[in-house]
Design a protein around this ligand. Structure first.
Ligand code: PEP
Ligand code: MG
Length: 569
């Protein structure tokens, strides 16, 4: 027996399952007779919660720094808060109800009170109370929290879904792979798995229900297959597969410092997509010729307030210095969609991917945008910075964003701060309106980078997160290929260049077509770069041009795939 899903990150893991499940902490009221016993349970839950928080504080101090860890002191104070304690015990004594329910309703009252306040500081306290409530209830109800930060042995994490911030917290030393019920290849947890080089399968349907904690499984991220309770023979077979995979990776390492040139002498650039300054090291280690997309939004996540100009400056400088004279395309904040930022209190929308996100927020919240642009410009003197705006739908958005950048630059120069004079300003083409009008945009930008993850979902009206409509998520559909071709041609006509930073740019099936259509730069997960360099080295640009021409005139994705497969043989 085996389970199948969408292969999201290469590699194979053989380990025990760790189910990461939102615990059921709902409590109903019921009558009690022994008030003293309830009080004892309450006092014990408080003690255990404080012990948990002390341990988390120590870990946070080591991983994130003393200042970040201080928030847990505040949590410990809240657990011991006399007001909450008195109100809870009064409810138990007067109403003869179970303490778990009494505490839950008192805590909910405080959450509601804080959430209703205008002051952002108090609204954040509501989140703190929710957090300690969860820990207290887990002790009062005896329901474990399954905290991924407590993992201390090799496991495969199995979850309904992982948010990008859950994924960022996975400890690579212990988490050997993950599998989720929902998600597609371009959901951000899948993208992050590839940068972390953790084997992963998404869109598995019911893998959380199909596995149990501690069960041994094989996760094959190459084929998107999970084998539960493998036999000795299967383990041996997969151990051999792991050895082959490692050997193949070693062989590719030889291409690390080589340029990327086709058989007939055409050169292209292979760059890496990164999410953190740490990832930049992976980019250089994997032979990237630049950073084609630095997703800065990860800098804004897993914290309680916006990062300061100084914090951002430090991060951008680190990436620019790591990449030395190689281009680093930094994308301005692209929050929204599947990337949430609770402290910004964004409105809840019916269609978050079509809503208030990315540049739309930045042009509305100029304060926030200005901070990022200043940090970027200050860092620009430490390397070769290119700035890119996400989610541009109309020309005026690009103009306004560029204007904000130029204003921030003038401001810094007036302050006597040095800024590079050599910054290219470009945009992502990920909304069909921009692709269709690329000839007009091309007159004003320095470069395009095609964001196929979004471009495909918007063109096909198929949510990139939904495994149910994954069949419509067709990168090689002639309609998508024509949009891409229009963008590349439009840029070349104006003497500009086009890259691609969507996941399609690193897809072995797409690379021959993109090469044939004249793409200048391919940006992908660092772990895909060397294989792409090898593949391109075996292709002829001229032959790929002929193939792309045929593909652009086909009518279905199946025909295109058959064409590419035939040519690969
Ligand atoms: C894209 O949309 O293709 C892209 C690269 O951006 P993101 O995946 O972060 O939305
Ligand atoms: Mg996008």
């Amino acid at each position: 027996m085996s389970f199948k899903g969408i292969a999201a990150s290469d590699g194979i893991a053989i380990a025990k399952v760790f189910r990461l499940e939102e615990p059921n902490l709902t409590v109903d009221p019921h009558e009690i007779t022994d008030v003293d016993a309830e009080i004892v349970r309450f006092e014990e839950a408080i003690k255990k919660t404080v012990v948990d928080l002390e341990a988390i504080k120590i870990k946070a101090a080591a991983n994130l720094g003393e200042e970040e860890a201080m928030v847990f002191d505040a949590h410990i104070n809240m657990v011991n808060d006399p007001e909450i304690r008195e109100q809870t015990l009064a409810k138990v004594k007067e109403g003869l109800v179970n303490v778990a329910w009494a505490f839950d309703s008192v805590a909910n009252g405080f959450v509601a009170m804080f959430e209703a306040m205008d002051d952002e500081y108090f609204r954040e306290r509501a989140a703190d109370i929710k957090d300690i409530k969860k820990r207290m209830l887990s002790h009062l109800l005896g329901v474990p929290l399954n905290d991924p930060s407590t993992i201390n042995e090799e496991v495969v994490v199995v979850a309904y879904d992982l948010t990008p911030s859950d994924t960022a917290q996975l400890n690579r030393n212990f988490v050997k792979g993950f599998a989720t019920n929902i998600g597609g290849r371009t959901s951000h947890s899948a993208i992050m798995a590839r940068s972390l080089e953790i084997p992963a399968i998404v869109g598995m349907g019911t893998i959380l229900e199909d596995t149990t904690d501690g069960q041994l499984i094989i996760l094959d991220g190459l084929d998107g297959v999970i084998i539960p309770d493998p036999t000795d023979a299967q383990i041996a077979e997969y151990e051999a597969k792991i050895a082959d995979f490692k050997a193949m990776k070693e062989e590719l390492k030889k291409l690390k410092d080589e340029p990327t040139i086709t058989k007939d002498g055409h050169r292209v650039e292979l760059a890496a997509n990164i999410g953190t300054p740490e990832d930049a090291k992976g980019a250089t280690a994997n032979g990237a010729e630049g950073v084609g997309l630095y997703r800065t939004e990860f800098l804004y996540m897993d914290r309680n307030e916006l990062p300061t100009e100084e914090e951002q400056f430090v991060a951008y400088k680190e990436v620019l210095e790591e990449m030395k004279d190689k281009p680093v395309i930094v994308r301005t904040l692209d929050i929204g969609g599947d990337k949430e930022l609770p402290y910004l209190q964004l409105p809840h929308e019916m269609n978050p991917f079509l809503g208030y996100r990315a540049l739309r927020i930045c042009l509305d919240r100029k304060d926030l945008f200005r901070t990022q642009l200043r940090a970027l410009l200050r860092a620009s003197v430490y390397g070769k910075l290119y700035v890119m705006f996400p989610m541009v739908a109309v020309l005026n958005e690009f103009r306004d964003a560029k204007q904000a950048l130029l204003e921030a630059k003038a401001e810094l120069i007036a302050e006597g701060i040095e800024v590079s004079e050599d910054i290219q300003i470009g945009m992502m083409v990920e909304i069909p309106s921009a692709a269709v009008l690329a000839d007009q945009f091309a007159k004003e930008v320095d470069f395009f980078s095609i964001g196929t993850n979004d471009l495909i979902q918007y063109s096909m009206a198929a949510d990139r997160m939904s495994e149910k409509v994954a069949y419509l998520y067709q990168p090689y559909n002639p309609s998508i290929l024509r949009l891409i071709k229009m963008v590349i041609d439009a840029s070349h006509k104006e003497g500009k260049w086009t890259g691609m930073c969507g996941e399609m740019g690193g897809d072995t099936m797409a690379i021959p077509l993109l090469l044939g259509m004249g793409l200048d730069e391919f940006s992908m997960s660092a772990s895909s770069i060397l294989a792409a360099r090898k593949q391109i080295g075996n292709l002829s640009k001229k032959e790929m041009e002929e193939m792309a021409e045929k593909a652009l005139n086909m009518s279905t994705v199946e025909e295109v795939m058959a064409l590419v497969e035939a040519s690969a043989k």
